[in-house]
Design a protein around this ligand. Structure first.
Ligand code: FAD
Length: 394
């Protein structure tokens, strides 16, 4: 029987990879994880965590505006962008250390460097070669800017954690949650914000009423929406940019492309090892995370399905169970709760009204309430909350 260095080699120490590696090791498997950058992956270093910290920074400024209504008379609101970013990066360094210790404490070997498959069991990491009985691809995704005139002037969400100062004006392209969340962050901090996308409303696939409500509430907070149009060109103008769409043109200090991410599978040696890739390089997997090669599995964003941290973690843990614990373990959620950290925030679980009606025609009721949250009464702010319940009658 072939002897391998490891029972399992996980490529990528993001949310999914770390969850998988630690759970596999807890079953006594000999596990290694290979990481080319910082431990914790996108969520910790370029995604959920720094973004959420910026959401707090932005919404705190908003809260200051409420204080006079509650009897406070003088409110200091000087904001230092560089100090905020430096504090965020300190926290990310701390989390890198936490992840490192979690892996070490679980007796998962750490291999540092970029991995490339040499065959279905052999992986090159820098100058080192290691073998494993099972390989798990957990390399995540990366930001992507389509090619168009001036696209080299575009920023992505990654760049927003490195900006030298708070921009006076920001244009974000994309109707998904990443663009909208940053729109709320910058608007809350005082930048002039424009959001543009091809559809007529944000958050495709969400309930129509929720989409309209968010659009209206973000507009009420000063975000400008330029909808039903695509970006054609970016031109340098007065230290900033002229943004040309197929309908219009306007100026903005920065432009951020948030139209989607692509799997991080280029140059990984997957095709050479026989792993089938789908469009944009996503790893093709079945519901048990199996690729086209028997001993190679893939989880998380690199598979191009649901791209959320808890999903990648749950997929990884279930895979570890199947390989080294309970062979019947499954992760096949019917509904995934989702939060969008805009201002106001959106939280959803289950089907929207249109999707429910399509699945259960004529058998759906919906109930809703729109009201001003009590917190905004004394400061007399025109904020609103929408609550909506969609139920199947029978
Ligand atoms: P990743 O976390 O991307 O990890 C992949 C790891 O693999 C990386 O560390 C990378 O360096 C490493 N790697 C890649 N190639 C190689 C190689 N060849 N060799 C060695 N290492 C390699 N999700 C939420 O649930 N909630 C949120 O609020 C949220 N906000 C987000 C905000 C932003 C701006 C972004 C970009 C994403 C956000 N996400 C959020 C999505 C979330 O970050 C991802 O779904 C999650 O990180 C996916 O985990 P993963 O393990 O699949 O990949």
């Amino acid at each position: 029987m072939a002897q391998f260095d490891y029972d399992l080699l996980v490529i990528g120490a993001g949310s999914g990879g770390v969850g998988l590696a630690r759970r596999a090791a807890s079953h006594g498997a000999k596990v290694a994880v290979c990481e080319e950058s910082a431990y914790g992956g996108t969520c910790v270093h370029r995604g959920c965590v720094p973004k959420k910290l910026m959401v707090y920074a932005s919404s705190l400024r908003d809260e200051l505006g409420l204080l006079p209504g509650y009897g406070y008379s003088s409110v200091q609101s000087d904001f230092d962008w560089s100090r905020m970013l430096s504090n965020i990066h300190q926290e990310l360094d701390r989390l890198n250390g936490v992840y490192t210790r979690l892996l070490d404490g679980s007796e998962v070997a750490r291999l540092e460097g970029r991995a490339r498959l040499l065959d279905a069991h052999r992986v090159e990491v820098g100058s080192q070669q290691v073998t494993a009985r099972y390989l798990a691809i957990a390399v995540g995704g990366k930001s992507f800017v389509p090619d168009f005139p001036g696209s080299q002037l575009a920023l992505t969400s990654d760049d927003l954690f490195q900006l030298p100062h708070l921009p006076a004006s920001v244009t974000l392209q994309g109707s998904g949650y990443i663009g909208l969340e940053f729109a709320s962050i910058f608007a809350g901090l005082g930048s002039k914000v424009t959001v543009t996308f091809r559809s007529s409303k944000p958050l495709p696939d969400f309930d129509e009423e929720v989409r309209s409500f968010l659009l209206e509430r973000m507009q009420a907070r000063g975000v400008e929406f330029r909808v039903s149009q695509g970006i054609r060109e970016l031109r340098p103008r007065d230290g900033g940019l002229e943004i040309v769409s197929d309908k219009d043109s306007w100026t903005s200090e920065i432009y951020v492309c948030a139209t989607g991410r692509i799997p991080n599978t280029q140059g990984l040696g997957l095709v050479e090892a026989g792993v089938k890739l789908g469009e944009r390089g996503r790893v093709e997997v079945d519901s048990l995370c199996r690729t086209s090669v028997d001993n190679i599995f893939a989880i998380g964003d690199c598979c191009g399905g649901v791209q959320l941290t808890p999903y990648a973690i749950a997929q990884g843990r279930a895979l570890a169970e199947r390989l080294f614990g309970d062979a019947q373990a499954r992760f096949e959620p019917a509904h995934i709760p989702t939060a969008v950290f805009t201002q106001p925030a959106v939280g959803v679980v289950g089907l929207g009204e249109e999707a429910a009606e399509e699945q259960f025609p004529g058998d759906v009721d919906s109930y809703k309430a729109v009201f001003r949250p009590m917190k905004y009464t004394l400061p007399d702010k025109p904020e609103k909350t929408l609550m909506k319940l969609v139920v199947r009658r029978s």
